[in-house]
Design a protein around this ligand. Structure first.
Ligand code: GTP
Ligand code: MG
Length: 266
């Protein structure tokens, strides 16, 4: 059982998550069997498969638990979250509700794993799947969500194969690195040169319910306070300086919010 480097073969546990019909089983099939099935065959409860790969000169036996996304299978899949080291979290770029469901899936995993440290060390790859279809969820939206959680992000198509091998490679490498580090996941770094502060500012500007909330000031804030908040956010988000996805749109929202609030001040 020992390879060239004298390390024992590793066994790792991977799960798939995401709404029914987003393409979880097809992504796994594309990777393991190099083929694609058009017909929808809903997973019943859970499917299990094993794949052998070599990662960082090390023989790795991957146990894949492919979960059924439909809510009726919750009682079946819930017991399979324990001891998970890596997760493929899938949504369909042509179905917004499947993207919006990601928070729910994350919560389900968190609840089932129970232990916060264990949960935080699960390596997650978010798949924006069916990238071959007409999309309603922009790549930047998906990337932003993944980045804000410290997850990897890939645009994939089980049909064409786009991104699938790269995604699994990153997932396995992430898990093996964590195992070699005593089970601790490597701290997340976006490779794109933007920060968590920038991502959070963009999300807040896009999702907040009022201009006060968008700019992070109290209702009835003074001109000075509004301008100060504006300057802080403008430094983070100015499109000339920020490469974070969605900066430009967020910056426009920021400018509009500032204008509205300043009018209310006088
Ligand atoms: P559950 O097992 O019910 O949770 O669904 P699932 O997420 O495993 O979905 P599955 O892989 O069975 O795929 C659902 C449907 O989407 C099937 O009809 C697939 O052919 C189709 N599909 C999956 N991936 C892609 C893709 O990348 N592009 C396109 N166009 N269709 C896809
Ligand atoms: Mg399935």
């Amino acid at each position: 059982m020992e390879n060239m480097k004298g390390k024992r073969a590793l066994r790792i546990k991977i799960i798939s998550m995401g709404n029914a019909e987003v393409g979880k089983s097809c992504i796994i099939k594309r990777y393991c069997e190099k083929r694609f099935v058009h017909k929808y065959l809903a997973t019943i409860g859970i499917d299990y498969g094993v794949s052998k790969v070599t990662i960082k000169d090390r023989e790795v036996k991957v146990n894949i638990f492919d979960m059924a996304g439909h809510p009726i299978f919750y009682e079946v899949r819930n017991e399979f979250y324990k001891d998970t080291q890596g997760a493929v979290m899938v949504y369909d770029v042509a179905d917004r509700s499947s993207f919006e469901a990601l928070d729910h899936w994350l919560l389900e995993m968190q609840n089932e794993i129970g232990n916060q440290t264990e949960h935080d060390n699960v390596v997650v790859c978010v798949c924006a799947n069916k990238s071959d279809r007409k999309r309603v969820v922009d790549e930047s939206e998906g990337r932003l969500w993944a980045d804000s959680k410290g997850f990897h992000f890939f645009e994939t198509s089980a049909q064409t194969g786009e991104g699938v091998n790269e995604m699994f490679q990153a997932l396995f490498e992430g898990v093996v690195t964590a195992v070699e580090n005593g089970g601790k996941k490597a701290p997340f770094q976006t490779q794109l040169g933007y920060t968590k502060d920038q991502i959070e500012a963009i999300q807040k500007l896009k999702n907040a319910k009022s201009d006060y909330e968008r700019m992070g000031v109290q209702v009835g804030a003074t001109k000075d306070e509004v301008n100060k908040a504006y300057r802080r956010l403008a430094v983070l988000l100015h499109p000339d300086k920020s490469v974070a996805p969605g900066s430009e749109e967020a910056f426009k929202i920021l400018v509009a919010a500032r204008t509205t609030l300043l009018k209310r001040c006088s």
